[in-house]
Design a protein around this ligand. Sequence first.
Ligand code: ADP
Length: 327
Amino acid sequence: MVDAVNRAYLEKQPSRFEFSIRGASERHLQAFVQPLPKSVGSNDVLTPPRVLILLEDHTRARRAEQLHRDFVANASHELKTPLASMTASIETLRGPAKGDDAAYERFLGIMAQQAERMRALVEDLMSLNRIELNEHIAPRDAVDLSLILEDAAALAEPGAKPGQARINLAPLPPDLSLRGDARELTQVFANLMNNALKYGGDGKQIDVVPAKVAPGSSRIGISVIDRGPGIAREHLPRLTERFYRVDVPVSRNKGGTGLGLAIVKHVLNRHRGELEIDSELGRGSRFTVWLPKDDAAKGRLEPSATALLQGLREDGLRGIASSDDKE
Ligand code: ADP
């Protein structure tokens, strides 16, 4: 920076360069240093030369690029593993296991399992993509949360009746009105119930109950509670990151893709909601989804794209804030 400023003063040369500041979190900046012409009629002796310095913070853009690169690398790796297993099975069936009926059954079983794993991964990747595309558009449909929870339980526990099965749905307060995207919210609760079934300890009951709120609160909370092994505290902040798992083999064995909670987070961002995770080792976990009630939602939700465009025409750029993506 000092060199660039000197060059601008002494040699009248502009510069443009990038640099990083290391600290608790690294920041990436771009600098433009430009000598300014003396203003017309100024006194050469008394007016000092002037230099314009412009600093742009590129930290967010850099982080987004890095996240994108990591995401592509992770997704490719996740697909490569089942693909390698399928290729190995085909080679075994064509070679050493040729004509062996028992091996035939076993390897076809492995191939079906790996194909299912790839299907689940591609489906989750597509869901995530679809949700991200719509994330800035607030959902407007009125939804019935009780129906959504019933559908989610049926999805999470295929073939079993939710009431009789291990998922226990508690009744919701009667005067509940919510705006949302029914399909996305069903996926949120199905993912949480599915996790509770996968990691919540075999045969143990899972409760889906309304969370306690202060009287007059403008939001509603639904908790999915399991009595499984729980999650150590250090993992909690990272659980909603794409492909983050506490135990990779356990997740894979249970058909996990590592994307379930990332999907939950993005759907809740769109709904101006929140996911709260409480867990204690040895006792179980509670995943609470918080959603704004309809009245509160009306005031807080961003205007629709049309209203926003109309506002832009009228007001220029005033009032448009960038959304804060913490990921
Ligand atoms: P996955 O497809 O691996 O289940 P998720 O994004 O849904 O991916 O969850 C991320 C990780 O969080 C899981 O791999 C698991 O380690 C942990 N996890 C999620 N839900 C629970 C739960 N109810 N109990 C214990 N661990 C859980």
